[in-house]
Ligand binder design. Structure first.
Ligand SMILES: Cc1cc2nc3c(=O)[nH]c(=O)nc-3n(C[C@H](O)[C@H](O)[C@H](O)COP(=O)(O)OP(=O)(O)OC[C@H]3O[C@@H](n4cnc5c(N)ncnc54)[C@H](O)[C@@H]3O)c2cc1C
Length: 412
């Protein structure tokens, strides 16, 4: 982890900006959920806020916010609107990942652009096998140097706002053949960065956006398909080998996703308290037979809100402590093979809790929460996305179990 360069006083200024932007996201969010499109007015607002530069180190023109600072900003924005924030989360993830892997010269150039307000995105997942599938996308070497990229990425969150693209592709021979040997193929999978120039219809030189995003939730992320039809990447757009590089810095993915869903937890608790502290059922006949039943006095509602608040507090502690452990270098004490899945536990823990909370909120608020347009049905749909972002709970447990069951580990 880079050293923390930002003081808490400096951070307060960014937090105040995040609170303001969060209110704007909260205001426009419902419209773009209904319209099922990217939240276009968020682009100028995000750029104007200057928040995108937060993790950029001071030597490259940013304020040098830490992973914990970035996490807090993302949760604050997500409390306003998780779908809009999930889009910009891809920017923070890719800034965090690239800055740990790029050369000094690349950092100066690309992070300098981020410090000036430009936005990055990162389409990696492909249709055959999401994030963990080795890239079928090809990087074909060119005789004049550099590569041309061919293939398609099916999850291009934030593409409608981005200026810079980061992606992975497998370097082929000059005729475009992928390595046949598995290990060679792993080694040839590479991490690239390039300009992302498309017109208002999403058409660029060797690259285009196909607007396909239509999902259960997270409507305004604009997670469209990106087609690479020979995008040219010059030699200095090569960052490193993808798998060996990324596994050392993937905390920027899992902990920033965790921050999204922690922000969503804050919102679920806020909205549930707002409704349940006031709701009166009047005369009831059922579990409670009474002249006038206020739901805030019903046992399972009191217990339910207490349960939600406990989950929020535990999730916050797990996330903040995991970020702090990384800052303090405590991850060095974990077995190397378990570093990534152990860091990822913060994400899987928060994901499971947020899905529990959105379901529980609906059952406590009652049937009105099921009607289209209520915040509760929205949160329920959006929270389901937390199942998929890497590592998911199943894969994390498999990963950990495999390592712990390997006979050679038993002596450790
Ligand atoms: C709202 C949203 C936005 C997203 N934005 C982006 C983005 O901007 N960029 C991006 O790159 N991706 C993005 N994704 C994609 C996402 O992170 C996953 O890569 C995608 O959902 C597909 O991967 P998967 O593992 O879910 O599915 P699959 O890879 O199809 O997996 C199918 C099943 O196999 C299991 N599995 C997969 N691989 C392994 C393995 N190696 N070992 C054991 N089990 C395995 C899975 O757990 C699952 O049960 C986004 C997803 C969502 C929901």
């Amino acid at each position: 982890m880079p050293e923390v360069q930002m003081t808490e006083a400096e951070f307060e200024v960014y937090l105040a900006k995040a609170r303001e932007l969060s209110l704007f996201f909260r205001e426009i969010g419902p419209k773009y959920d209904v319209d099922n499109t990217f939240a276009y007015p968020s682009i100028k607002a995000f750029k104007d806020s200057g928040l995108g530069a937060l993790p950029v180190p001071k030597e490259f023109g940013g304020p040098g916010g830490s992973i914990l600072h970035t996490s807090k900003i993302i949760s604050e924005l997500s409390k306003g609107d998780s779908a809009i924030t999930l889009a910009y989360n891809m920017h923070f993830i890719m800034v965090g990942i690239t800055m740990g892997l790029m050369s000094e010269t690349q950092n100066k150039y690309w992070l300098g652009r981020v410090a000036d307000g430009e936005i990055m995105f990162g389409p990696f997942s492909e249709q055959r096998a999401g994030f963990s599938g080795l890239a079928d996308m090809k990087a074909v070497p060119q005789s004049e140097g550099g590569w041309r990229l061919y293939g398609k990425k099916t999850w291009g969150t934030l593409c409608e706002a981005a200026d810079i693209i980061t992606t992975n592709a497998t370097i082929t021979d000059a005729d475009g053949n992928l390595p046949e040997d598995f290990q060679e193929r792993v080694n040839a999978e590479s991490f690239f960065i390039a300009d992302f120039n498309v017109d208002e219809d999403g058409q660029g030189d060797g690259i285009r956006i196909e607007k396909t995003w239509d999902a259960l939730g997270m409507h305004s992320t604009g997670t469209h398909v990106i087609h690479f039809d020979g995008l040219f990447v010059p030699e200095d757009g090569f960052i490193c080998e993808w798998r060996s590089g990324a596994f050392g810095v993937l905390e920027w993915a899992s902990l920033m996703f965790a921050s999204i869903y922690l922000g969503m937890q804050y919102r679920v608790l806020e909205e549930s308290r707002a409704v349940l502290s006031k709701k009166t059922l009047g005369a009831t006949f059922g579990a409670i037979v009474a002249q006038d039943t206020k739901v805030a006095t019903v046992g399972h509602i009191i217990d339910g809100i207490g349960d939600m608040a406990s989950r929020v507090e535990l999730s916050r502690r797990v996330l903040y402590q995991t970020c702090q452990d990384l800052i303090d270098g405590k991850d060095d004490e974990w077995p190397l093979e378990l570093r990534f899945p152990y860091i990822g536990l913060a994400k899987t823990f928060i994901a499971e809790n947020v899905m529990n909370m959105t379901r529980h909120a609906m059952s406590m608020v009652g049937g009105s929460s099921f009607r289209r347009g209520t915040i509760f049905e929205r949160l329920y749909r959006d929270s389901a996305a937390s199942m998929f972002q890497p590592l998911n709970s199943d894969q994390s447990r498999t990963y950990i179990g495999e390592v712990l069951l390997a006979p050679e580990q038993l002596n450790d």
